[in-house]
Design a protein around this ligand. Structure first.
Ligand code: AVJ
Length: 320
């Protein structure tokens, strides 16, 4: 474990240093996810305003058999690799179908949060004790190389939750192209993309009154305080969400409500904030068929099929 944590800590330090020294300031949303962040994200997924989880759950529950049968290989079985598995709540619908219908498969959940991977492994060991699970901690671009080792039989790569939405289009294309490079002709990629819709519906998903999204957004500052000896006063930052219906990009910011000087001991860094200065923390991209077609084309992937929920808020695409 130690060897896995150290390089991650260094990336964390380097990226925080870089982001807070830039103008305008930015911090990556991948750093939301520690024990506290995972718990906040679970609360977000349970909020009615955060429609994404319910929509994808509906899709997976409605089309379980169709999706599952695309995955099946009767001869050699398959490896089911999930990037950003989180709590696995939605995936379990498919896992149960596969387990009950004699699929021969290994489930390999990968997540950037060590805490999430540990909780999911323990949960599956209890709930589905016969399931073959091989969990791992890692971030997307880091685990891509390792996927090439899975070419002994069919593999299905899953990325649910519209997690790809955290990447701007050029980076998404880079990610999809690299996934494609690990895929053999029989392999599949199953991915969730939140769709463009009433702008207010999107905005409300990232702007709850209870302040759960705010706390989630601020958790990156809390982590800097906890792990790097920072002295951010979280009360002095405001969560701000914008959604641009033309580009389909939802963007999160933390806005400094007064001028201040922050010190981060372990980075030997002081950061000055002007009043109303921003830190950009996350994008949550929304898509339509045209954009997904374009992303697929640019990455050399072919859309085999897509599935949507009854409100057409969300889509899961099957690529080969
Ligand atoms: C897990 C990246 C898909 O962007 O919708 C939820 C994270 N951020 N509320 C998203 C998130 C604020 C979420 N993803």
């Amino acid at each position: 474990m130690d060897t896995k944590i150290k390089p991650q800590l260094n990336t964390f330090k380097t990226e925080i240093f870089e982001g807070l020294s830039s103008f305008p300031k930015h911090l990556s949303s991948k750093y939301f996810y520690d024990k506290k962040g995972d718990r906040l994200f679970q609360e977000i997924m349970a909020m009615p305003d955060y429609y994404l989880t319910g929509c994808e759950f509906e899709i997976l529950s409605t089309y379980t058999e169709t999706i599952g049968e695309y995955f099946r290989d009767r001869e050699n079985g398959l490896d089911l690799i999930e990037l950003g598995a989180g709590d696995g709540k939605k995936t379990k619908v498919l896992l149960k179908y596969m387990a009950e219908n004699n699929f021969n498969f290994v489930y390999k959940p990968i997540d950037i949060s060590e805490n999430a991977v540990e909780l999911l492994s323990n949960n599956l060991a209890h709930e589905m004790p016969t399931l073959n699970v091989d969990a791992e901690v890692g971030e997307y671009f880091e685990v891509l190389e390792r996927l090439k080792g899975f070419n002994k039989r069919k593999k299905v790569i899953m990325v649910l939750g519209s997690n790809i939405g955290n990447l701007k289009h050029p980076r998404a294309i880079e990610f999809l192209s690299k996934l494609k490079d690990t895929m053999l002709p029989e392999d599949l990629l199953f991915m969730g993309f939140d769709q463009k819709k009433n702008p207010l519906t999107v905005l409300n998903a990232y702007n709850d009154e209870a302040g759960i999204t705010e706390a989630f957004n601020k958790n990156v500052l809390a982590r800097i305080n906890r792990e790097l000896g920072g002295d951010f006063d979280l009360e002095k930052f405001k969560h701000w969400e914008v959604y641009d219906p033309e580009t389909g990009t939802a963007k999160s910011f933390l806005v400094a409500t007064e001028a201040m000087k922050i010190t981060i001991e372990k980075l030997r860094l002081t950061v000055n904030f002007e009043q109303w200065e921003t830190i950009h923390t996350e994008i949550s991209q929304k898509y339509d068929d045209k954009i997904v077609n374009w992303l697929a084309e640019e990455s050399g992937l072919i859309i085999e099929k897509s599935f949507t929920d009854s409100q057409e808020y969300y889509k899961n695409y099957l690529f080969r």
